[in-house]
Design a binder for this molecule. Structure first.
Ligand SMILES: [Zn+2]
Length: 176
């Protein structure tokens, strides 16, 4: 999904407001070039445990759409996690964890840890903007933001990268 115009909160919630939409979003990116089992390379699958997850027909390895992304094993709903990313990215001060905890009804530590993850992903996206084996899915939010390194950036949009690790170096995913 490439969003180049300003993405309002309302619009964001229409696209990624439910857990189902978020799982589908991640699955679409993860398997956009087709499915291949991470373990045995089989390309046949059944439905996995998680929504839009896939389970290898041969070795039964079950892969969640969130596997390898910063959303993996979050202790709250996936759409809340996406919402937090939106808030962190669009807020001028990066949305503090107390505020996030209150808004999403999670413990402050949980919010703080997740925020750290998001910020690390953002930092690494600046450091390694486009590694050749990374498929980047752009998710731009039109909030002007000063570049912390003082270098000029092609746009003034904030980008968040949701990295999907893939040991084969293929079909990594980013939400930027
Ligand atoms: Zn397999």
């Amino acid at each position: 999904m490439r969003i180049n115009k300003e993405l309002t909160r309302k619009k964001f919630e229409q696209i990624l407001g439910t857990d189902k939409q978020c799982y589908k979003y991640l699955a679409d990116i993860k398997w956009k070039d087709g499915y291949q089992c991470k373990r045995c390379k089989c390309d046949r699958f059944m439905r996995g445990k998680k929504p839009f997850g896939k389970r290898c027909a041969k070795c039964h390895y079950d892969e969640s759409p969130t596997a390898g992304t910063l959303f993996h094993k979050v202790k709250f709903g996936l759409s809340d996690a996406f919402g937090m990313v939106y808030d962190i990215v669009t807020s001028k001060k990066g949305a503090n964890s107390i505020w996030l905890a209150e808004r999403y009804g999670v413990r402050q530590k949980t919010a703080w840890l997740f925020r750290q993850k998001v910020q690390r992903a953002m930092t690494s996206s600046l450091k390694h903007p486009l590694e050749q084996d990374v498929d980047v899915d752009e998710f731009e939010i039109g909030t002007p933001k000063k570049n912390q390194q003082g270098r000029s950036h092609s746009t003034n949009k904030t980008r968040v990268v949701i990295a999907v690790e893939n040991r084969e170096g293929k079909s990594r995913t980013s939400l930027r």
